[in-house]
Design a protein around this ligand. Structure first.
Ligand code: MF3
Ligand code: CO
Length: 257
Protein backbone atom coordinates (compact mmCIF):
# COMPACT_ATOMS: atom_id res chain seq x y z
CA UNK A 1 0.00 0.00 0.00
CA UNK A 2 1.21 3.47 -0.83
CA UNK A 3 2.33 5.59 2.13
CA UNK A 4 0.06 8.23 3.61
CA UNK A 5 2.04 11.43 4.10
CA UNK A 6 2.22 12.97 7.56
CA UNK A 7 2.69 16.73 7.36
CA UNK A 8 5.25 18.52 9.53
CA UNK A 9 4.10 21.56 11.53
CA UNK A 10 5.62 23.83 8.85
CA UNK A 11 3.78 21.94 6.12
CA UNK A 12 0.55 22.14 8.11
CA UNK A 13 1.01 25.92 8.23
CA UNK A 14 1.16 25.94 4.41
CA UNK A 15 -1.88 23.64 4.20
CA UNK A 16 -3.77 26.16 6.36
CA UNK A 17 -2.95 28.96 3.93
CA UNK A 18 -4.04 26.89 0.92
CA UNK A 19 -7.17 25.87 2.81
CA UNK A 20 -8.10 29.46 3.61
CA UNK A 21 -7.78 30.63 0.01
CA UNK A 22 -9.79 27.62 -1.18
CA UNK A 23 -12.51 28.26 1.41
CA UNK A 24 -12.72 31.91 0.37
CA UNK A 25 -13.03 30.91 -3.28
CA UNK A 26 -15.91 28.58 -2.38
CA UNK A 27 -17.62 31.35 -0.40
CA UNK A 28 -17.23 33.77 -3.30
CA UNK A 29 -18.79 31.23 -5.67
CA UNK A 30 -21.65 30.65 -3.23
CA UNK A 31 -22.47 34.36 -3.09
CA UNK A 32 -22.68 34.41 -6.89
CA UNK A 33 -25.28 31.62 -7.10
CA UNK A 34 -28.36 33.61 -8.20
CA UNK A 35 -30.94 33.17 -10.96
CA UNK A 36 -29.59 34.54 -14.26
CA UNK A 37 -25.86 33.98 -13.82
CA UNK A 38 -23.97 31.47 -15.97
CA UNK A 39 -21.78 28.79 -14.45
CA UNK A 40 -18.86 30.12 -16.55
CA UNK A 41 -19.14 33.54 -14.86
CA UNK A 42 -18.75 31.86 -11.48
CA UNK A 43 -15.80 29.82 -12.73
CA UNK A 44 -14.04 32.94 -14.05
CA UNK A 45 -14.44 34.68 -10.69
CA UNK A 46 -13.07 31.67 -8.82
CA UNK A 47 -10.05 31.50 -11.12
CA UNK A 48 -9.35 35.23 -10.83
CA UNK A 49 -9.60 35.14 -7.05
CA UNK A 50 -7.25 32.18 -6.65
CA UNK A 51 -4.70 33.75 -8.99
CA UNK A 52 -4.93 37.09 -7.18
CA UNK A 53 -4.02 35.27 -3.97
CA UNK A 54 -0.88 33.93 -5.65
CA UNK A 55 -2.33 30.46 -6.21
CA UNK A 56 -3.11 28.16 -9.11
CA UNK A 57 -6.51 26.51 -9.54
CA UNK A 58 -5.87 22.83 -8.73
CA UNK A 59 -8.44 21.44 -11.16
CA UNK A 60 -7.53 23.48 -14.26
CA UNK A 61 -5.90 21.03 -16.72
CA UNK A 62 -5.93 18.25 -14.09
CA UNK A 63 -6.29 15.10 -16.23
CA UNK A 64 -7.45 17.46 -18.96
CA UNK A 65 -10.21 19.10 -16.92
CA UNK A 66 -10.99 22.40 -18.70
CA UNK A 67 -12.01 24.75 -15.83
CA UNK A 68 -11.06 26.00 -12.37
CA UNK A 69 -14.23 24.96 -10.56
CA UNK A 70 -16.61 22.04 -10.94
CA UNK A 71 -20.19 23.34 -11.00
CA UNK A 72 -22.85 20.63 -10.86
CA UNK A 73 -26.54 21.56 -11.08
CA UNK A 74 -29.55 19.54 -9.81
CA UNK A 75 -29.10 15.90 -10.92
CA UNK A 76 -25.41 16.52 -11.65
CA UNK A 77 -23.46 15.03 -8.75
CA UNK A 78 -19.88 16.22 -9.39
CA UNK A 79 -17.47 17.38 -12.11
CA UNK A 80 -20.01 19.57 -13.95
CA UNK A 81 -18.09 21.70 -16.47
CA UNK A 82 -18.81 25.43 -16.23
CA UNK A 83 -20.27 26.92 -19.40
CA UNK A 84 -23.19 28.87 -20.85
CA UNK A 85 -25.82 27.26 -18.60
CA UNK A 86 -27.91 29.96 -16.91
CA UNK A 87 -28.87 29.20 -13.31
CA UNK A 88 -32.61 29.18 -12.64
CA UNK A 89 -34.64 29.87 -9.52
CA UNK A 90 -35.03 26.54 -7.71
CA UNK A 91 -31.75 24.99 -8.91
CA UNK A 92 -29.33 23.46 -6.42
CA UNK A 93 -25.75 24.18 -7.38
CA UNK A 94 -22.70 22.26 -6.16
CA UNK A 95 -19.43 24.16 -6.43
CA UNK A 96 -16.12 22.35 -5.92
CA UNK A 97 -12.87 24.33 -5.85
CA UNK A 98 -9.20 23.55 -5.33
CA UNK A 99 -6.22 25.87 -4.98
CA UNK A 100 -2.49 25.17 -5.02
CA UNK A 101 -0.61 27.69 -2.88
CA UNK A 102 3.08 27.43 -2.04
CA UNK A 103 3.21 23.74 -2.96
CA UNK A 104 0.08 22.56 -1.16
CA UNK A 105 -3.53 22.03 -2.23
CA UNK A 106 -6.78 22.93 -0.53
CA UNK A 107 -9.95 21.19 -1.76
CA UNK A 108 -13.53 21.94 -0.74
CA UNK A 109 -17.08 21.97 -2.04
CA UNK A 110 -20.64 22.86 -1.05
CA UNK A 111 -24.12 22.89 -2.53
CA UNK A 112 -25.96 26.22 -2.68
CA UNK A 113 -29.66 26.86 -3.36
CA UNK A 114 -30.43 29.26 -6.23
CA UNK A 115 -33.19 31.57 -5.02
CA UNK A 116 -36.20 29.78 -3.53
CA UNK A 117 -35.84 26.01 -3.71
CA UNK A 118 -38.05 23.06 -2.89
CA UNK A 119 -38.01 22.09 0.84
CA UNK A 120 -36.94 18.53 0.02
CA UNK A 121 -33.99 19.88 -1.98
CA UNK A 122 -33.00 22.04 0.98
CA UNK A 123 -33.19 18.99 3.24
CA UNK A 124 -30.88 17.12 0.83
CA UNK A 125 -28.34 19.96 1.03
CA UNK A 126 -28.52 20.08 4.83
CA UNK A 127 -28.26 16.30 5.31
CA UNK A 128 -25.26 16.18 2.96
CA UNK A 129 -23.48 18.95 4.86
CA UNK A 130 -24.25 17.39 8.23
CA UNK A 131 -23.07 13.97 7.04
CA UNK A 132 -19.59 15.43 6.65
CA UNK A 133 -19.64 16.52 10.31
CA UNK A 134 -21.01 13.14 11.41
CA UNK A 135 -18.16 11.43 9.53
CA UNK A 136 -15.39 13.58 10.95
CA UNK A 137 -16.52 12.98 14.54
CA UNK A 138 -14.56 9.76 14.03
CA UNK A 139 -11.59 11.43 12.33
CA UNK A 140 -8.91 11.31 15.01
CA UNK A 141 -5.53 9.66 15.53
CA UNK A 142 -5.87 5.96 16.37
CA UNK A 143 -9.15 5.45 14.50
CA UNK A 144 -9.34 4.00 11.00
CA UNK A 145 -10.36 5.53 7.70
CA UNK A 146 -13.60 3.57 7.45
CA UNK A 147 -14.76 4.91 10.82
CA UNK A 148 -15.24 8.20 8.94
CA UNK A 149 -16.95 6.41 6.04
CA UNK A 150 -19.36 4.60 8.32
CA UNK A 151 -20.36 7.80 10.15
CA UNK A 152 -21.22 9.48 6.85
CA UNK A 153 -23.20 6.55 5.49
CA UNK A 154 -25.24 5.93 8.63
CA UNK A 155 -26.39 9.52 8.85
CA UNK A 156 -27.26 9.82 5.16
CA UNK A 157 -29.21 6.59 5.03
CA UNK A 158 -31.02 7.29 8.32
CA UNK A 159 -32.30 10.41 6.58
CA UNK A 160 -33.60 8.50 3.56
CA UNK A 161 -30.94 9.46 1.01
CA UNK A 162 -28.16 7.43 -0.61
CA UNK A 163 -24.36 7.73 -0.75
CA UNK A 164 -22.54 7.68 -4.08
CA UNK A 165 -20.05 4.79 -4.15
CA UNK A 166 -18.13 5.26 -7.38
CA UNK A 167 -16.30 8.36 -6.11
CA UNK A 168 -14.52 8.83 -2.80
CA UNK A 169 -12.61 11.34 -0.70
CA UNK A 170 -8.83 11.26 -0.55
CA UNK A 171 -5.63 12.37 1.08
CA UNK A 172 -4.62 15.92 0.08
CA UNK A 173 -1.31 17.79 0.30
CA UNK A 174 1.52 18.24 -2.21
CA UNK A 175 -0.81 16.37 -4.57
CA UNK A 176 -4.51 17.05 -5.01
CA UNK A 177 -5.17 13.33 -4.68
CA UNK A 178 -2.99 11.37 -2.28
CA UNK A 179 -3.57 8.09 -0.47
CA UNK A 180 -5.69 7.00 1.28
CA UNK A 181 -9.04 6.77 -0.47
CA UNK A 182 -11.80 7.89 1.88
CA UNK A 183 -15.08 6.18 0.90
CA UNK A 184 -18.35 7.54 2.24
CA UNK A 185 -19.74 4.10 3.01
CA UNK A 186 -18.58 0.91 4.69
CA UNK A 187 -18.23 -0.98 7.95
CA UNK A 188 -16.23 0.70 10.72
CA UNK A 189 -12.76 -0.49 11.76
CA UNK A 190 -11.22 -0.95 8.32
CA UNK A 191 -8.61 0.81 6.23
CA UNK A 192 -5.50 2.69 7.26
CA UNK A 193 -5.01 3.88 10.83
CA UNK A 194 -5.21 7.67 11.18
CA UNK A 195 -2.23 9.58 12.55
CA UNK A 196 -1.84 13.19 13.67
CA UNK A 197 -0.54 15.24 10.73
CA UNK A 198 -2.42 13.39 8.01
CA UNK A 199 -4.58 15.64 5.84
CA UNK A 200 -7.73 14.33 4.18
CA UNK A 201 -10.42 15.65 1.86
CA UNK A 202 -13.69 14.20 3.15
CA UNK A 203 -16.43 14.65 0.58
CA UNK A 204 -19.85 13.01 0.80
CA UNK A 205 -21.79 12.94 -2.48
CA UNK A 206 -25.45 12.25 -1.75
CA UNK A 207 -28.34 11.36 -4.06
CA UNK A 208 -31.99 11.95 -3.19
CA UNK A 209 -32.81 8.68 -4.99
CA UNK A 210 -30.70 5.64 -5.74
CA UNK A 211 -26.87 5.76 -5.39
CA UNK A 212 -26.11 4.76 -8.98
CA UNK A 213 -24.52 7.35 -11.25
CA UNK A 214 -23.67 7.76 -14.91
CA UNK A 215 -20.90 9.73 -16.61
CA UNK A 216 -21.92 11.92 -19.55
CA UNK A 217 -20.30 11.79 -22.98
CA UNK A 218 -18.21 14.88 -22.13
CA UNK A 219 -16.16 12.43 -20.06
CA UNK A 220 -16.58 14.45 -16.84
CA UNK A 221 -20.12 15.30 -15.76
CA UNK A 222 -21.43 12.75 -13.28
CA UNK A 223 -25.23 12.57 -12.95
CA UNK A 224 -27.58 10.49 -10.86
CA UNK A 225 -28.72 7.49 -12.93
CA UNK A 226 -32.35 7.97 -11.87
CA UNK A 227 -32.46 11.73 -12.49
CA UNK A 228 -32.91 12.54 -8.80
CA UNK A 229 -31.21 15.56 -7.20
CA UNK A 230 -27.70 15.30 -5.74
CA UNK A 231 -25.61 17.33 -3.30
CA UNK A 232 -21.91 17.45 -2.39
CA UNK A 233 -20.01 18.79 0.60
CA UNK A 234 -16.25 18.71 1.14
CA UNK A 235 -13.56 20.08 3.41
CA UNK A 236 -9.85 19.41 3.75
CA UNK A 237 -9.11 18.40 7.35
CA UNK A 238 -6.06 17.83 9.55
CA UNK A 239 -6.02 14.75 11.78
CA UNK A 240 -4.94 15.48 15.36
CA UNK A 241 -5.01 13.59 18.66
CA UNK A 242 -8.29 15.36 19.38
CA UNK A 243 -10.88 16.91 17.11
CA UNK A 244 -9.85 17.34 13.49
CA UNK A 245 -8.98 20.83 12.29
CA UNK A 246 -10.99 21.96 9.27
CA UNK A 247 -8.38 23.54 7.00
CA UNK A 248 -11.02 24.92 4.62
CA UNK A 249 -13.25 26.29 7.38
CA UNK A 250 -15.40 29.19 6.32
CA UNK A 251 -14.69 32.44 8.19
CA UNK A 252 -18.05 34.01 7.40
CA UNK A 253 -21.43 32.84 8.56
CA UNK A 254 -23.39 30.91 5.96
CA UNK A 255 -25.80 28.01 6.40
CA UNK A 256 -24.32 26.23 3.37
CA UNK A 257 -20.58 26.13 4.12
N1 MF3 B 1 -12.85 17.76 -5.37
C1 MF3 B 1 -12.79 16.90 -6.52
C2 MF3 B 1 -11.85 15.78 -6.24
O1 MF3 B 1 -11.22 15.82 -5.24
C3 MF3 B 1 -12.50 17.67 -7.72
C4 MF3 B 1 -11.61 17.09 -8.74
S1 MF3 B 1 -12.08 17.71 -10.25
C5 MF3 B 1 -10.81 17.54 -11.29
O2 MF3 B 1 -11.74 14.81 -6.94
F1 MF3 B 1 -11.10 18.18 -12.34
F2 MF3 B 1 -9.74 18.02 -10.77
F3 MF3 B 1 -10.63 16.27 -11.54
CO1 CO C 1 -11.71 16.29 -3.41
Amino acid sequence: MEMISVKSPREVERMRRAGQVTAQARALAGRMVEPGITTLEIDRAVQKFIQKQGGTPSFLHYAGYPASACISVNDEVIHGIPGSRVLQEGDIVSVDVGALIDGFHGDCAATFPCGQVDPEALRLIQVTRQSFFEGIRNARAGNRVSDISHGVQEYVEANGFSIVRDYVGHGVGHQLHEPPEVPNYGRPGHGARLEAGMTLAVEPMVNAGDWHIKVLKDGWTVKTADGSLAAHFENSILITDGEPEILTRCQESSPWI
